[in-house]
Write a protein that binds this ligand. Structure first.
Ligand code: HEM
Ligand code: HEM
Length: 544
């Protein structure tokens, strides 16, 4: 203490900022925390900004959501409308709908904030979708990041349900139709369906409770869990350190990039305002969910062109295109036309969650990976990803079959049949095409390494032959194009033991060997050039 006082006396009083920092360090240990973390290196690539888009749109959702809670009344009590929107004057409606009209027409900045909230939700989910694709196609989910992939997956699913509960709140004709859809799906569950529905709606649909219930789920429960998961997600990104693309000087044991402070923080701060600005500009220009033109919800009415928000479109597609099968058993009806889609719905999503574990089982690869794959170098994975996306989009076409029919003058039955057939056929075609494209790109890389880049310069040789001059690649480019590993498929191994006794090969072993062959067999990768090949061609014997 005395030394401190004497140093202080010698130097004069420390600046206020330093004193505050010292005060905080004495209580929170911020110096050592900052020392270890503030200089943390982040690699640079545009696709690493997608995670940030999710984070910023989530923050925007919280900020605008809080503003909306100040004026929104989560109640289904009937009231008569007396606001400034003339066409609905005197109509009976729920307080929820009434207050959303009030937000839209009478609260200062209300409509803009509502629109920002809704657009941010759409962008949040799109951001998560694309971010997930980035992580998937580059193999960033591999060890040690599988748990973080699961955190992300939960964020995606919870995000979808938060969005669903959100757009159900205003209690307009469109949102009510969406909730009715959900009620139908719940009712199709054998034995417990009716009880579940009674429990959720507090009696016969729509009852008088669901807006209030969805409200607590929407503003507290789900965002609370998501916030926790997001913090966990980011802590894990910090803990594992970020992955990076292959390149000179980049290895599995280092990270090449910019320090968190000041460079990355400055960029991230700017990027937050950019995302906020773009969402606000969209919200100010493009109308979204104009509930006044839909009117209040009445269970005996359905709005035309009813569409859920985009991320729920695939589930709607499942139901709209499924044949209306029903079976009657002992006086009970099992509505397979709704129940089967209800079962497929989580399967489409769970396929995402389990993928990292399936891939590591199939490939037998248990090592850590911090260098990302170029999608072309993992053709089977890339093909699976593309097939899954095509599946999702085929179902989305099914979800909007009425709009496709009216906008493109098509028969609704033709679209339904297209989706039914496409559900099985399109992913297979996309899988095959993607794999071929990846292999083609691998061949091109091989060619570039061995023969150089096509320069577009045509030369005529003295004897009249025309040739295109190929320029050799730089050492950096050569490294990047040949840095990927090429695996060998896992094999079943000897089927007789050391005593010559035949052992039983398990079905799972056979499956694994088959799948592994599909991942890394001869058909699934083009051998990358070897040093010998390169030397032979570039030593002057080659012709370019
Ligand atoms: C992941 C986060 C969230 C998503 C995806 C989301 C999505 C939505 C959507 C799509 C709507 C319908 C908006 C409309 O009227 O057109 C909505 C409404 C609403 N949200 Fe959220 N929201 C989220 C978080 C929050 C949070 C954290 C709060 C409050 C703290 C909140 C409060 C509200 C309120 C009060 C409404 C009803 C008012 C209205 O519909 O205009 N939201 N939300
Ligand atoms: C609220 C939603 C989410 C937020 C705020 C978020 C945020 C982030 C951020 C900021 C990063 C680091 C920068 C980057 O790589 O983009 C990251 C990395 C990561 N995210 Fe997300 N993410 C979300 C959803 C998801 C989803 C849906 C998945 C996958 C299902 C996922 C899986 C991952 C993985 C595995 C990493 C590590 C990638 C690497 O080190 O290369 N995240 N996330």
């Amino acid at each position: 203490m005395s030394t401190n006082t004497s140093t202080e006396a010698r130097r004069g009083k420390a600046p206020a900022g330093e004193r505050v920092a010292d005060w905080a360090d004495g209580r929170l240990g911020i110096y050592s925390l900052a020392k270890t973390n503030m200089r943390k290196i982040f690699p640079d690539h545009w696709s690493f900004m997608l995670g940030e888009v999710c984070m910023y749109s989530f923050i925007i959702l919280i900020l605008t959501g809080v503003y909306l809670t100040l004026f929104f009344h989560p109640s289904m009590n009937e009231v008569e409308y007396h606001g400034s929107y003339i066409p609905l004057q005197g109509q009976m409606m729920s307080e929820a709908f009434n207050s959303t009209l009030h937000i839209s027409f009478d609260v200062r900045g209300g409509l803009l904030i509502r629109q920002i909230h809704h657009w941010a939700a759409l962008i949040f989910l799109a951001g998560m979708f694309v971010h997930m694709m980035r992580v998937f196609f580059t193999g960033a989910f591999r060890k040690p990041r599988e748990v973080n992939w699961l955190f992300g997956f939960l964020l995606l699913v919870l995000g979808m349900f938060t969005g669903f509960t959100g757009y159900s709140l205003p209690d307009d004709l469109l949102s009510g139709t969406g909730v009715r859809f959900m009620e139908g799906a719940i009712l199709s569950v054998p034995i417990v369906g009716t009880y579940l529905s009674m429990f959720l709606f507090g009696g016969e649909f729509p009852g008088g409770d669901f807006v209030a219930r969805f409200y607590s789920v929407h503003i507290l429960l789900l965002p609370g869990i998501m916030l926790g998961l997001m913090v966990g997600h980011l802590i894990l990104v910090f803990y594992h350190k970020h992955t990076q693309f292959a390149g000179p000087g980049k290895t599995n044991n280092n990270v090449v990039g910019m320090p968190l402070l000041p460079v990355y923080m400055a960029k991230a701060g700017g990027f937050f305002f950019l995302v906020f600005g773009v969402i606000t500009a969209i919200a100010a220009i493009a109308s979204i969910n104009p509930i006044w033109s839909m009117g209040p919800y009445r269970p005996d009415q359905v709005s035309t062109g009813a569409q859920p928000d985009w991320y729920m479109g695939f589930s709607e597609g499942l139901i709209r295109t499924m044949p209306g099968w029903e079976i009657n058993l002992w006086g009970h009806t099992l509505v397979l036309g709704v129940f089967i889609p209800l079962v497929i719905f989580p399967l489409v999503l769970v396929a995402i969650a389990v993928y990292p574990f399936i891939e590591s089982w199939v490939t037998g690869d248990k090592r850590e990976h911090h260098i990302l794959d170029r999608p072309r170098n993992a053709p089977t994975r890339t093909a699976f990803g593309a097939a899954w996306i095509s599946w999702y989009f085929v179902l989305m076409i099914g979800g909007g079959n009425d709009l496709w029919a009216t906008h493109f003058h098509l028969s609704i039955n033709a679209i339904t049949w297209f989706v039914r057939v496409g559900f099985f056929v399109v992913p297979v075609l996309v899988f095959i095409a993607t794999k071929r494209i990846c292999l083609g790109l691998q061949r091109r890389d091989r060619d570039k390494v061995l023969h150089g880049r096509e320069s577009g310069i045509i030369k005529r040789l003295p004897h009249g032959e025309f040739i295109e001059v190929h320029e050799p690649l730089s050492q950096d480019a050569l490294h990047t194009l040949t840095a990927h590993e090429q695996y060998k498929p896992v094999e079943i191994g000897p089927t007789v033991d050391e005593n010559g006794v035949e052992r039983k090969v398990k079905g799972t072993e056979k499956l694994r060997a088959k799948l592994s062959e599909a991942y890394y067999g001869e058909e699934s990768q083009i051998p990358k050039p070897t040093v010998e090949e390169y030397k032979e061609i570039t030593s002057g014997h080659g012709h370019h």
